[in-house]
Design a protein around this ligand. Structure first.
Ligand SMILES: [Zn+2]
Ligand SMILES: [Zn+2]
Length: 142
């Protein structure tokens, strides 16, 4: 059951802040090379409906079109990676580490493990998917 959250978060310097008031999907870890490059390791992200995400500060927000299917939101001042938005616009992924703790979130699975780097093991017992899979977003918080 997805937590119905009232959460806040933002970047390292404070030039991007947001508020979430709605269900958040459990955290998905993505090991694709793009997530590794942008995060410096691998990405941990929840996802929310657009109507439940309010940008409360966006002076630092910039977007990078990282592929045909998505763009990534980051802070142009401090470099924090905050958002991954699919081109179809049905939801917004929010990098879990940018949410002010306690988040109330739990982690669900790993995706794109075929692209994981060679210096770590994925061994926490959560389900692993070598690539993408359907059902990453099945509606509010699921
Ligand atoms: Zn910042
Ligand atoms: Zn990824």
């Amino acid at each position: 059951m997805a937590p119905t959250a009232e959460a806040t978060g933002g970047c390292l310097c404070g030039a991007v802040t947001y508020r979430i008031n709605g269900p958040m999907r459990p955290v998905v870890y993505c090991h694709c090379s793009q997530c590794r490059k942008t995060s410096g390791h691998f990405v941990a992200a929840t996802a929310v409906s657009h109507q439940h995400l309010t940008l409360t500060g966006q002076a630092g927000l910039a977007w990078y079109r990282s592929s045909d299917i998505a763009r990534r939101g980051f802070c142009k001042h401090c470099g924090s990676s905050l958002f991954w938005e699919p081109a179809h616009g049905k939801y917004m992924c929010v990098m879990a580490g940018t949410i002010d703790a306690p988040t109330g979130l739990a982690s669900r699975e790993h995706i794109h493990t075929a692209d994981a780097s060679d210096y770590y093991d994925v061994c926490d017992g959560l389900p692993q998917f070598e690539h993408d899979h359907p059902g990453l977003w099945e509606g509010d918080g699921k």
